[in-house]
Design a protein around this ligand. Structure first.
Ligand code: CU
Length: 172
């Protein structure tokens, strides 16, 4: 029985770890100075969530990935890295809300546009204070299907796992 529990626990934890979406920076172009990839545009079209994985793919002979503050991002200053990644296939899991600024630390590359802002928006979870005339229904705009998708996915997965759990318990 304890083995079954351990296996289920393992499944549950691995599901939680892998639940985030994977975003490859620059899509098929990757992390590069070739082709004038618009990383600002790339980042603006994505709906980043906590636990999402940002993948930087590049030739480590020519590029790297340096996480910096907003000031360094604006000025393309790689002298004060928060983190440095150099493998050529760096997977960075985003664990906090707000902006995450990454630049290439090779001289001239950031200036040429090899910089990206991963902004994880706080989805409104708290209803605004009700006004005197408002209905009890919160007036927060409904999340778009895109926003809701990861949670829906998680909901289904946990439901399936719970069912599996019950079946296993009954079988013992
Ligand atoms: Cu570079």
């Amino acid at each position: 029985m304890s083995t079954v529990l351990a296996v289920l626990f393992f499944i549950l934890t691995s599901v939680q770890v892998s639940i985030g979406e994977v975003h490859k920076v620059g899509d098929s172009a990757g992390w590069t100075t070739i082709g004038n990839v618009d990383y600002k545009q790339w980042g603006a079209t994505k709906n980043f969530q906590i636990c999402d994985v940002i993948v930087f793919e590049y030739n480590p002979q020519f590029h790297n990935v340096i996480q910096v503050t907003h000031t360094e991002y604006k000025t393309c200053n790689a002298s004060f890295p928060i983190t440095t990644h150099t493998t050529g296939k760096d997977s960075i899991t985003i664990n906090t809300y707000g902006h995450h600024f990454f630049i290439c630390g090779v001289p001239g590359h950031c200036q040429a546009g090899q910089k990206v802002d991963i902004n994880v928006l706080r989805t409104p979870s708290v209803a605004p204070p009700p006004s005197a005339s408002s209905s009890p229904v919160p007036t927060v705009p409904a999340p778009s299907p895109n926003d809701a998708a990861p949670f829906k996915k998680l909901g289904w997965l946990s439901l399936v796992l719970q069912l599996l759990f019950v079946v296993v318990l009954n079988a013992e």
